[in-house]
Ligand binder design. Structure first.
Ligand SMILES: Nc1ncnc2c1ncn2[C@@H]1O[C@H](COP(=O)(O)OP(=O)(O)OP(=O)(O)O)[C@@H](O)[C@H]1O
Ligand SMILES: [Mg+2]
Length: 278
């Protein structure tokens, strides 16, 4: 083993380098640039929230990091390796449910290790451990339809975490939940992230959510998405729900509201009719 290899192994995993990345979607005359020259790095274990208007390419960026989409320019690496396809080291959690309805919670969570050939005993033990971490001990034998939306989302997270990913990609994972459940999920996510420090890219439309969770917030412009802001969030951890009422929180929130208000020159805002309706 080379010295360089040993040094790379010694560093904690999960460093992401997004270097001048552009992504085109569609084909032929329908092709368009979804994101343009994105450029940022993420340190191992960092929790980044990405904000941006609808259609600016947030899901496209996560899709590229997951290895589901190819980039058209620049380079995308995780721990120095070019992202060239999906990997259990890069797990994705979506807003919509992706659980198998015919499988019990335990089998849903153990599915990834099963595909990787892990023995039944070991994968079920591992599933129980991860389910305990997301607060779902006792629900292993339930079917997804027997769980609330928030609990199903916890199973989704467990299902990804069981692969011990270096990078956790979350695409508006709590967007469909009511405010109270969402707030509870924030606590659970930060608790898990503290216990298993994993580089996390979390896409959201919710400024409060971004400020509450993140080490850094990245804001993208309207399509083609570019990085227009990259701010370190100054709040100490652990974070308490009262944080959202603090003056500095409100100040930063106002800054993000202003940034996201900038109209997109390439897609004019809809005109209002005299009654003020779109
Ligand atoms: N398969 C596709 N073919 C063509 N266009 C697509 C495809 N997927 C997405 N788009 C378009 O690409 C652009 C970027 O989409 P993307 O889903 O990444 O945006 P987003 O920032 O995640 O939006 P939202 O906040 O609404 O989820 C959008 O304008 C969308 O309409
Ligand atoms: Mg999206």
């Amino acid at each position: 083993m080379s010295v360089a290899h040993i040094l790379t192994q010694a560093a904690p995993p999960g460093r992401i380098e997004v270097d001048q990345v552009s992504i085109s979607l569609g084909h032929g005359a329908d092709a368009f640039e979804a994101v343009r020259e994105l450029d940022f790095s993420v340190a191992p274990g960092e929790l980044i929230c990405i904000l941006g208007p609808s259609g600016c390419g947030k899901s496209t960026l996560l899709g590229a990091l997951a290895g589901h989409l190819s980039i058209s320019a620049g380079s995308l690496t995780v721990d120095g390796e070019t992202v060239a396809g999906p990997s259990p080291h890069r797990g994705m959690v979506f807003q919509q449910h992706t659980l198998f309805p015919w499988k019990k919670v335990r089998e849903n969570v153990a599915f990834g290790p099963k595909m990787r050939g892990i023995s039944k005993n070991e994968r079920l033990r591992s599933a129980e451990e991860i389910l305990a971490l997301v607060g779902l001990s006792g629900f292993e034998g339930f079917y997804p339809s027997q769980l609330s939306g928030g609990m199903q989302q916890r199973v989704e997270i467990a299902r990804v975490l069981i692969n011990r990913p270096y990078v956790l990609l979350m695409d508006e994972p709590f967007g469909a939940l009511d405010a109270q459940t969402r707030s509870m999920m924030h606590g659970i996510l930060l608790d898990i992230w503290t216990k298993i420090p994993t580089t996390t890219l979390f896409v959201t439309h919710d400024i409060d959510e971004a400020l509450f969770l993140a080490d850094r917030v990245i804001v993208m412009s309207a399509r083609p998405g570019r990085v227009i802001e990259d701010i370190r969030v100054p709040f100490a951890r652990p974070r308490r729900p009262e944080l959202v009422a603090e003056i500095e929180f409100t100040r930063l929130k106002r800054h993000f509201i202003e940034l996201l208000r900038i109209p997109n020159a390439s897609e004019p805002l809809p005109r209002l009719n005299p009654l003020g309706e779109v």
